[in-house]
Design a protein around this ligand. Sequence first.
Ligand SMILES: Cc1ncc(COP(=O)(O)O)c(C=O)c1O
Length: 400
Amino acid sequence: MSSYRRLFLEHVAQTSLNPIGLEVSRASGMYIYDHQGKAYLDFDSGISVSVLGHCHPAVVEAVQKQAAIYMHTMVYGEHIQSPQVEYATLLSTILNNGLDTVYYVNSGTEAVETALKLARKATGRREIISCKNAYHGSTIAAESLRSDYSFSRHFAPGIPEVHHIAFNSEEDLHLITEKTACVILEPVQAENGIITPRQTYLQKVRQRCTETGTLMILDEIQTGFGRTGHMFAHQKYGIVPDILLIAKGMGGGMPIGGVVAARQLMMELAQQPSLGHITTFGGHPVCVAGALATLKTLSETDYIQRVTQKEQLLHSLLIHPAIRQVRSSGLMMAVELISADLLTPVISGCLEHGVLTDYFLFDNRSFRIAPPLIITPDQIREGVHTILEVLDQVSEKINL
Ligand SMILES: Cc1ncc(COP(=O)(O)O)c(C=O)c1O
């Protein structure tokens, strides 16, 4: 056992008893390399993070440059820092839908926390509605949004007055009432195994929220930054939320998140009480510099326009008797196998053969494909070829 592996197991906290344990030496473009120099084709993007692949030159340059100019100067929201101003201005131009103000945070779950506080404060209501089988993060409030109590009971009590509706159920929308502060949902349910919204579902949620004065919070933490073939998925589905949550792909590999809303709504966090929501490191200039380079690169290249073409190529290649179904929204994809027993052998086999895929939290039959948007058709063929070979081997072992 290498000394790093041993020290990792001794001194770095683990989140499961079976960590993937890939010893990272470096990463570049579509590949992560271990200490033996073995290359792993990244079909996962560190769970929908590395939209531009690893160490994209524009991101690296922006981060290095900013780190040499200034890093932390003051807790968030006090000093005027050009990366924050430039990013928020560019984002509001790209959104062009009234969501013109960004509150910067450090992660997705912090964006969720911020949005829940904003919604309660702005509406004076307490009730929160989220969707069954949604994942919004791991802090106590975000955890409370999880519908699976057999999981969250270990951390109970969560925050009160959270109710759940079924994603895609128009019948459940009557549960959104004048008592509801906010509805929080993903445009495409990611951890539930890529469940896309039925045609008018998101419009109906929007409509019901407007009727009841409820704020619609759209969690685009996985779907944002081109993943679904649009800069943001709500653009694809023709709705505008009251509050948009972003993180993951936002930083191009740097840790950052944001809450985006109209200025008037966002001002709720600035007064009565003043300093009602604060963060030391949110919007750290080096992270925002990385985010700005990412956003500029995504807007100035055709990576997003080519997502659908790559999605179709994946669909055309992912054909195997062990595959029951492939669900996708752009380059977020769930490959459902005919048996849950195949899942771990397939994901482990792919890792062994140099292709990184991943599990979903709430779908034990499917593995995730969510490569960086920079992936080429040849790299798609290379990765799928390995996946199909692994499926052959695993199927043979269990006499499929
Ligand atoms: C849809 C969604 N929301 C929120 C989160 C939480 O984000 P973070 O892990 O950055 O706190 C995640 C993380 O996987 C997510 O997928």
